[in-house]
Design a protein around this ligand. Structure first.
Ligand code: ZN
Length: 325
């Protein structure tokens, strides 16, 4: 006997060919940005303790690393410096011979078509580990904006395609856009960390990048994860300030915010699959609790389904290998 059902969804799922024909999300090499930690003075590569499979790369090994990634199909990288020249303000970031300028030049020399997203912040370059100028234990917004302008121009001069401010200072997109235009870099874009939450999922990154806070937290400048509307508003304000692309960070726990931004703009939106999200899958897989490949691909599809155009993830090279299988 058969029931008179209003609709039988199983007709659309009968076999893989039909499922693939009607699927609305396809992962390709064009979806991924790979974050790289470049450590000053390091010889070769060193695996991160907290992030198995993620390596800090020395400057002398960076060209070979970029060559390998380009051959693999990686088209965009986000560079994070692991600095051993820290001071109170992070002045190495605007030094023409500083780590940011050097690592960008190495990547551009090796792979001129590789898109470089230059993270713009100070926490990896300050002795206190905060994301800006510290005055009486408080990060001063406008003094930090001036330094962000200097850092952005330095990165643009070295060859960055996009400046990606992650400091979460108010007005950072406008300040960087103004500085770039004034210096003649109208074609260098701004990828704003527009909805970046004060999350505890950044822990493994801070270990890998050597930028743990000496004291305090970042809750006075990063977004409060209990407030959806303000996080959305922060992205909308960044559009007014001149952002070319937006970002939600972290990704997995913030798909509602990603979808909200998607529904309010046609600009490209990125999701940052952060170190803690990587670590949760990686360590569960190492313990035999999860199928790593299946869970990673499901996660990436979820970002795209929610509206992401780009995903920044430490899994990027591995995903490209899996997609070729
Ligand atoms: Zn920072």
């Amino acid at each position: 006997m058969s029931f008179d059902l209003p609709f039988r969804f199983r007709r659309l799922r009968k076999n893989k060919t039909i499922r693939d024909l009607i699927s609305r999300v396809e992962l390709t090499a064009n979806d991924f940005v790979y974050p790289i930690f470049v450590e000053e003075g390091l010889e070769g590569r060193a695996e991160s303790d907290s992030l198995p499979g993620v390596f800090r790369v020395g400057e002398t090994a960076l060209a070979a690393e970029i060559n390998m990634l380009w051959e693999k199909g990686i088209k965009a990288v986000m560079l994070f410096g692991v600095s051993h020249h820290k001071d109170e303000e992070g002045s190495d970031t605007w030094d023409e011979e500083g780590l940011i300028a050097r690592m960008i030049r190495i990547v551009k020399d090796q792979a001129p078509d590789m898109v470089i997203m230059a993270d713009a912040c100070f926490c990896q370059y300050t002795t206190h580990g905060h994301c800006g100028v510290l005055i009486n234990d408080h990060v001063d917004n406008d003094l930090t904006l001036e330094n962000l302008q200097k850092q952005a121009i330095n990165a643009a001069e070295a060859g960055a395609d996009f400046i990606a401010p992650s400091a979460m200072m108010d007005g950072q997109v406008m300040a960087i856009r103004d500085a770039l235009d004034e210096a003649g870099f109208e074609d260098v874009g701004v990828l704003s960390y527009s909805s970046k939450f004060a999350s505890d999922l950044y822990g493994p990154f801070r270990g890998a990048a050597g930028c743990s806070l000496k004291q305090g937290d970042r809750k006075a400048y990063q977004a409060d994860y209990r407030h959806y509307e303000l996080a959305l508003e922060e992205s909308m304000v960044d559009i007014e300030e001149g952002a070319d692309m937006l970002m939600v960070k972290p990704g997995t726990l913030y798909l509602d915010v990603l979808k909200g931004i998607r529904e309010n703009t046609s600009l490209p939106v990125a999701a940052y699959h952060v170190s803690g999200e990587y670590a949760m899958i990686k360590h569960a897989a190492l313990a035999g609790a999860l199928d790593e490949k299946k869970v990673v691909l499901e996660t990436m599809v979820a970002f795209k389904r929610a509206g992401a155009d780009l995903v920044i993830t430490y899994y990027a090279p591995q995903i490209l290998d899996w997609l070729k299988d």
